[in-house]
Ligand binder design. Structure first.
Ligand code: HEC
Ligand SMILES: [Cu+2]
Length: 348
């Protein structure tokens, strides 16, 4: 076999491996690696359905093989086998078994569906969050605390988080695979509800799960579960007033070119991502990861990522609604530096 033929034979296998393996390796983005009670319950259903299916497949194939081999026509055998059509016994067996399997599958599924659609929003211990999806970013509002943030949903570990999900434009879907199933954000003013909790501290990746435009695949967000004290410090820090850039040229540019849309502290507009504390977030725009870890293809320091984003946001998320902002080099460098230093120290 020459080399080309060898490759041709290997190619489909390689393609299949890429397909299968590319979804592996991110424990923070897997419904098969549940990190909270809601995801756990959903995973339980998956395991149940999967075992029933595997059981059925194995038994049916085994029976088939057995029958094909045991009852094959032997040489010289011209007889007609015993005919079993209309057999009441067989008809009853293969009607009743699937009914039993469907009941085993159906009862816990319906139970879970009702369990997980319970409304916890009146639970005094629950933390209420209004999630608003935008092309291509996520807004998180904590109505009881009077704060708003973007891309990073900070939650106290173990507490029930109740989500009221809506959209500012088109259909998106809120999904944190390792913590909870997804929920659509429907145009037309309606809201959908769900709840989840994260008993362990950690960062869990979220995705938009509904094709919503050219940058749909870049519409990532994070759920960050922290201890109660850190959460309280975070919420308090987010409400504190924020100083403007010290360089007057940079400050003037920031106020006139950025605060028309964005808010920091108590200044600016409410309609676009709130930039308070952006210097301590894990990412810029939800997609440029602030790290030097080579595991991520989009890595860079917080400053570098902010610089890249502000210089040309369309390069990073095509079609996003920030558009190109005209800045001098001094303004660009100064604003990126100012934002990278706009931190919230809440984790200890
Ligand atoms: C026309 C309104 C508008 C103006 C003006 C604007 N932005 Fe934005 N900005 C947006 C929108 C919309 C997004 C979200 C884009 C996305 O992720 O799809 C955004 C995102 C960002 C982000 C990422 C936010 C996050 O949560 O990670 C940063 C940083 C940012 N803008 C900085 C700036 C700076 C600095 C300026 C001024 C030079 C500026 N923006 C001017 C609308 C605006
Ligand atoms: Cu979306």
């Amino acid at each position: 076999m020459n080399r080309w033929q060898f490759f041709k034979r290997l190619a489909p296998l390689l393609a299949l491996m890429v397909l299968v393996l590319s979804a592996c390796g991110r424990a923070d983005l897997s419904a098969l690696n549940p990190q909270g009670p809601v995801a756990q319950e959903q995973f339980g259903l998956m395991k149940l359905a999967f075992s029933i299916m595997v059981g059925v497949v194995v038994i049916v194939f085994a029976l088939c093989l057995f029958v094909i081999i045991r009852f094959r026509r032997r040489r010289g055998d011209k007889s007609i086998p015993k005919q079993v059509e209309g057999s009441h016994k067989l008809e009853i067996i293969w009607t009743v078994i699937p009914i039993i399997l469907l009941i085993i599958l159906g009862v816990p599924t319906v139970q879970t569906v009702f369990n997980l659609s319970k409304d916890h929003s009146n639970d005094p211990d629950a933390v209420k969050v209004i999630v608003t999806s935008h092309q291509y970013w996520w807004e998180f509002e904590y109505p009881e605390l009077g704060i708003k943030t973007a891309q990073e949903l900070v939650i106290p570990k173990g507490k029930t988080i109740t989500i009221e999900a809506k959209t500012a434009d088109v259909l998106h879907s809120f999904w944190v695979p390792s913590l909870a199933g997804k929920i659509d954000t429907n145009p037309g003013g309606s809201t959908n509800k769900m709840f989840f909790s994260a008993p362990k501290e950690g960062v869990y990746l979220g995705k938009c799960a509904e094709l919503c435009g050219p940058s749909h695949g870049l519409m990532d967000f994070k759920v960050k579960s922290v201890d109660d004290a850190s959460f309280d410090r975070w919420a308090a820090a987010l409400q504190a007033p924020v100083a403007m850039p010290s360089d007057p040229v940079v400050a003037a540019a920031f106020e006139s070119k950025c605060l028309v849309c964005h808010a920091v502290g108590d200044k600016g507009g409410p309609l676009y991502p709130n930039l308070t504390g952006i210097g301590s977030r894990d990412s810029v725009g939800g997609i440029l990861i602030n790290t030097d870890d080579p595991k991520y293809s989009n890595e860079g320091s917080t400053y570098d990522n902010l610089h890249r984003w502000i210089e040309n946001p369309d390069d990073i998320k095509p079609g996003n609604l920030m558009g190109q902002i005209d800045l001098t080099q001094q303004e660009l460098d100064g604003i990126a530096k100012y934002l990278s230093e706009l931190t919230l120290d809440y984790e200890q």
